[in-house]
Design a protein around this ligand. Structure first.
Ligand code: SAM
Length: 283
């Protein structure tokens, strides 16, 4: 299937195994969703005990995803989006944002979580330009060759590829190679929207990141890495980073600082400073 040598736990779908927590259900739970089971709640409780403001990681990530979609829908003219690891439908989903201005925009969601696939398909029944594909997002050849992806995405034209909140669930150091395979398949002028758990290498933040990482990596999830700026940027080979806010040049910022909707009225929590967001363009 083209899966990289490293097997990360989420590459084996949770299926109906009630003893395995689901990334999609836990993330959705942090965003206020109700589709979680006991096994998910146990993980959420542990994280909340270790880092009470951990919810800010999920919120910051989702806010970034929404603003990046709005930005690209308004400015890129691109009419095809491939959203890898799309997660459970929540208040504002990629297709709702990017189709607001242009209903012809096609969105393909890719995930391997059965709850995501079922909810996604139900939600999308009425929308002929939005489809759900079941594949391992850490096996790019499987995604790129998927029948639904091939049918609706024209790789000779620019694409918006989303890998938001996904690669931290990939163990080992194969992340750059996974992303390279996707990026190689994109036409020039394509964009990549990307976010990742971030270790800013400031002692108090590294310490917070480690507390969460310990629960994720050494608990039933078996994965969830906070990576450094260098490690994250290595996952976007050959891309030009779009200037991420009004004051800094092209670099890495935390999700909440990526073109926020306005000035901050309250300081960012420590947890909010541990997830980075990037929009980059293939030249
Ligand atoms: N992209 C959404 C966002 O940022 O709001 C959801 C992020 S959620 C943290 C990660 C998603 O990736 C989950 O829905 C999970 O099921 C999916 N995922 C994780 N590993 C996967 C794999 N190997 N193949 C397919 N989907 C996977």
């Amino acid at each position: 299937s083209g899966a990289p040598a490293t097997q990360s736990p989420s590459q084996v779908p949770v299926g109906v195994d009630p003893t395995r927590p689901s990334i999609a259900r836990i993330y959705d739970g942090f965003l206020g969703g109700k589709d979680h089971y006991d096994v998910d709640r146990a993980v959420m409780r542990k994280i909340n005990e270790a880092v009470p403001e951990a919810v800010d990681i999920a919120r910051g990530n989702r806010g970034f995803l929404n603003r990046a979609c709005r930005f690209l829908a308004a400015q890129s003219q691109i009419e095809q989006y491939l959203d890898c690891g799309s997660g459970l439908p929540t208040a504002e989903n990629t297709h709702q944002i990017v189709q607001r201005g242009n209903p012809d925009t096609r969105v393909i969601y890719v995930d391997n979580d059965p709850v995501v696939l079922t909810h996604g398909r139900a939600l999308l029944e009425e929308n002929e330009n939005v489809h759900m594909a079941e594949a391992d997002i850490f096996a790019p050849p499987a995604v790129l060759a998927h029948e639904i992806v091939r049918k609706h995405i024209d790789f000779t034209e620019p694409v918006v590829l989303l890998h938001v909140g996904t690669l931290h669930h990939f163990e080992g150091d194969g992340g750059p190679e996974v992303m390279r395979q996707y990026i190689d398949a994109l036409a020039p002028g394509s964009y990549v929207v990307f976010s990742h758990f971030y270790d800013p290498q400031v002692p108090e933040l590294t310490e917070l990141a480690k507390r969460i990482e310990n629960i994720l990596v050494h608990g039933p999830m078996g994965a969830g890495r906070f990576r450094t700026k260098e490690e994250i940027l290595a996952m976007l080979p050959g891309l030009e980073i779009i200037k991420p806010n009004a004051t800094t040049g092209p670099d890495l910022v935390v999700c909440d600082e990526w073109w926020p909707d306005g000035p901050r009225l309250t300081p960012l929590s420590k947890a909010a400073r541990c997830i980075a967001g990037i929009v980059a363009r293939k030249p």
